[in-house]
Design a protein around this ligand. Structure first.
Ligand code: PEP
Length: 252
């Protein structure tokens, strides 16, 4: 039985005080009660150390991640934050392959593979995002696109590395648009992804790997999506910035 994971991607939002207020509100709402679902937040990287200390002192059980890591270990890469720096600051997870990184920062499969490897090497779990754009879906290419994205980054991983992998299916046409995949569309793709994992790594891995849905998940559509048998949680953007909305999704 896979425990559901509700993850919030804050992107480049909230000033420091707003971020810490939101963390405090989430700690109060969750109140250590994470029997039903795991909760994970991805604040801006500069807040990682403070967020980690607050979450730890509150014994909240809420986990913490960074939205990006460098593809390289260390060196002359101005502005980059390495996986080991993120880990030392208190991150448990790294987000890799978000569609905004793919499109605005031109991150391709080769770069995402390196980011995944650096994260795994330094003890970070990876939420690996994949998903098609609207034209791919309209032309019936969505399964091929997602399979290629999975293959580029995850196909070479060994069994113990898979322990650190969560997959997030995020149809790009549903991210930040208010348009959500129907529960049936989400389930169809999640089953496809799980079957791909089964072909790569066998039944046991396919049975435990968590596959999140992302794309305009809100309190009013979360329950229907989360009830699908292969939807193991959500990766939430906009609705993760408001404590009441995010906690409503956690409770859905
Ligand atoms: C996201 O950015 O990963 C996301 C799913 O955003 P939103 O929930 O706002 O569509």
């Amino acid at each position: 039985m896979r425990k559901k994971l509700i993850a919030g991607n804050w992107k480049m939002n909230l000033d420091f005080n707003e971020a810490m207020t939101l963390i405090a509100e989430l700690c109060e709402a969750v109140d250590g009660n994470l029997d039903q679902k795991d909760v994970l937040i991805f604040p801006p990287a500069l807040y990682t150390r403070h967020a980690h200390e607050f979450l730890r002192n509150a014994s909240s059980g809420i986990q913490l991640g960074v939205q990006d890591v460098a593809a390289t270990t260390d060196g002359a890469f101005t502005g980059e934050v390495s996986a080991s720096m993120a880990k030392v600051a208190g991150a448990d997870y790294a987000l890799v392959g978000h569609s905004e990184r793919r499109s605005y920062f031109h991150e391709d499969g080769a770069v995402l593979l390196e980011k995944t490897k650096r994260s795994l090497e330094h003890g970070l779990n990876v939420v690996f995002c994949c998903g098609e754009v609207l034209e791919d879906r309209k032309s019936g290419q969505h399964f091929d696109v997602v399979e290629r994205q999975l293959h580029e980054v995850l196909s070479g991983l060994n069994n113990s590395e898979w322990d650190q992998i969560t997959i997030a299916y995020e149809p790009v046409w549903a991210i930040g648009t208010g348009e959500t995949a129907t529960p049936e569309q989400a389930q169809e793709m999640h089953a496809f992804i799980r079957n791909w994992v089964k072909e790569q790594q066998g039944d046991a891995r396919a049975a435990v790997v968590r596959i999140l849905y992302g794309g305009s998940m809100k309190p009013d559509n979360a329950a229907a999506l989360l009830q699908q048998p292969d939807v193991d949680g959500g990766l939430i953007g906009g609705a993760s910035l408001k404590a009441d909305q995010f906690t409503a999704i956690i409770s859905a």
